[in-house]
Design a protein around this ligand. Structure first.
Ligand SMILES: O=C(O)CCC(=O)C(=O)O
Ligand SMILES: [Fe+2]
Length: 204
């Protein structure tokens, strides 16, 4: 894992984002996908909103995904594997990049066919504790023609990333605007943010 973590740190330092394949192995992601949460998303997930707490709004013209927050202390074993890998990544990035990262929050995500998330930044207006966005994709056999790319708006170009199973994308939450394009398949992922403070308020 160290070589993978090292390339993530280098790319974040140099370009503000990193794409790392095989962050989760095929077995690890199969185990996550067969969790009841993912097999039966209609019962477990709820519509994602925009903003925080009192300001939270549902707006399908902006985002159409469904989410379930992960309880880091009490998640099922397959998710715990991912949570501890992220913990190691956070430690590594702290040492490599001096970011003073403290904690992270993650939710399971499903985008039903045809849904999207319009161009946005991940930091909230009144709360800038989200330092890095981290998304791990869980989709087997995803191809270009399925759509669903993460489009990042970089200073001189855009970069489109396919949500291929096991792939991790990590980028600076305060700098990189991005969007999720609609797909012809359901699109599964675990979405998270690494913060520079300890989480005070649980979403659960
Ligand atoms: O799933 C993705 O590729 C990005 C998701 C995203 O931008 C978000 O949840 O803020
Ligand atoms: Fe985002």
């Amino acid at each position: 894992m160290d070589a993978l973590f090292d390339s993530i740190a280098d790319n974040i330092a140099e370009h503000g984002f990193a794409v790392a394949d095989k962050f989760l192995s095929q077995d690890e992601l199969n185990n996550i996908l067969t969790l009841d949460d993912f097999k039966n998303t209609a019962n477990h997930f709820k519509k994602a909103g925009i903003g925080k707490q009192q300001g939270l709004q549902i707006n399908e013209a902006i985002r159409g995904d469904y989410i379930k927050w992960v309880d880091k202390e009490a998640s099922p074993a397959p998710l715990q594997v991912y949570v501890s890998r992220l913990e190691s990544l956070v430690q590594y990035l702290n040492q490599a990049l001096f970011l003073s990262l403290k904690d992270f929050e993650v939710h399971m995500t499903v985008y039903p066919i045809g849904t999207f998330y319009k161009r946005h930044l991940d930091q909230f207006k009144k709360d800038d504790h989200r330092k890095l966005s981290v998304i791990c994709y869980l989709n087997e056999g995803w191809k270009e023609e399925h759509g669903g790319q993460l489009r990042m708006y970089l200073p001189e170009k855009t970069a489109d990333i396919l949500p291929v199973g096991g792939r991790l994308v990590c980028f600076r939450s305060d700098q990189i605007e991005h969007e999720v394009l609609p797909a012809t398949r359901e699109r599964y992922s675990i979405t998270g943010w690494i913060l520079d403070q300890y989480i005070a308020l649980k979403h659960l």
